[in-house]
Design a protein around this ligand. Structure first.
Ligand code: GLU
Length: 319
């Protein structure tokens, strides 16, 4: 008879992720964020997952091209790619659990009404209108008022009845970040789960404990972390990375020239060279150096990452 073995308790390694919206081709700024997410995850022994955030604006063929671009740079991911559009039941369950606890309410405001209320000269001081926060207009509607709006055919969204107005998240690059939490939308007025809800539900369900993404989403992190806490999901470690900008200081976009792998390939710049350029922008490669993601992994040091945006000159990409 063999001796009883002691069950080995190993800490799950956790996972990082890249979660693009398949609304078009990735540009070099998006690819840089993907590389960083991969480096943060792989350098800490984490898995790396890809999730298609396809609840909104899907362009046919874009998801497959985005995955092909990641592969062309040499980035690998674990397991199947998750599609948010296939996960509506999970979102509904999470929303129902909040509703059962009295933590949701229907909202009939239009975008315009919200903007007007938030910019009113004397907004309700108990509900901050700063940081694009919802001013709480529908929070105290009576059942009769809700019925009246429904009868008038106004489509309603469902909002969180937030119990706090600030939340602090840990961020590896930014430090502790405190930002506004408002009565964020959980279900849009077209019945589809809202971005913030879906991200929180999916990150937890996929075992993701490290979220690396563009710093345009930094102000969403307190809302998401608060929602995760309410839903009893584990907190995640954030790293919000600087975005790529054009020479005018605006977010890099397709109109800025040849900025996608397909466009650059057509201009004679292969994917390997694009990886070198992106690595160079991160201080991880010398100009013109041929590098592989595995090599970059040995050089990666989060503390040494540039903290300023990457200003992209199309001529530099083509050089
Ligand atoms: N799908 C979002 C985007 O492409 C990213 C969401 C996230 O990383 O949390 O901007």
């Amino acid at each position: 008879m063999s001796a009883p073995t002691t069950p080995q308790v190993t800490e799950p390694a956790g996972a990082g992720r890249f979660a693009p919206s398949p609304s078009g081709d990735l540009h070099v700024g998006n690819l840089r964020t993907a590389l960083l997410a991969w480096l943060f995850a792989r350098s800490t022994g984490r898995g790396f997952l890809v999730r298609m955030e396809d609840l909104d604006r899907v362009r046919p063929g874009a998801a497959a091209r985005q995955l092909a671009d990641l592969a062309a740079l040499g980035l690998d991911w674990d397991g199947p790619v998750v599609q948010q559009s296939a996960r509506t039941d999970r979102y509904a369950q999470a929303i129902d659990s909040l509703t059962d606890r009295g933590l949701t309410y229907p909202c009939f405001c239009t975008r315009r009404e919200i903007q007007q209320a938030a910019s009113a000269p004397h907004p309700d001081p108990t509900r901050p209108g700063a940081d694009g926060a919802y001013p709480g207009t529908c929070r105290a509607l009576t059942a009769a008022q809700v019925e009246q709006r429904r009868a008038a055919g106004r489509p309603g969204a469902l909002r969180l009845r937030a119990q706090v107005d600030r939340w602090t998240v840990p961020d590896l690059l930014v430090g502790p970040f405190t930002g506004a939490v408002d009565d964020l939308v959980l279900r849009r007025n077209d019945g589809v789960a809202a971005y913030n809800l879906a991200v929180v539900v999916d990150d937890a369900a996929q075992g993701i404990d490290q979220v690396v993404r563009g710093d345009d989403l930094l102000t969403s992190a307190p809302r998401q972390a608060y929602l995760a806490a309410l839903l009893d999901r584990p907190p995640v470690q954030y790293a919000h990375v600087p975005l790529a900008l054009n020479q005018e200081g605006q977010r890099l976009a397709k109109r800025d020239g040849a900025v996608t792998l397909a466009e650059l390939a057509a201009a004679g710049v292969p994917a390997g060279r694009v990886l070198g350029l992106i690595a160079g922008s991160l201080g991880l490669a010398a100009p013109g150096e041929q590098v592989s993601p595995a090599q970059l992994l040995t050089r990666f040091d989060p503390a040494a990452l540039p903290r300023a945006p990457w200003v992209v000159r199309p001529a530099d990409l083509l050089a």
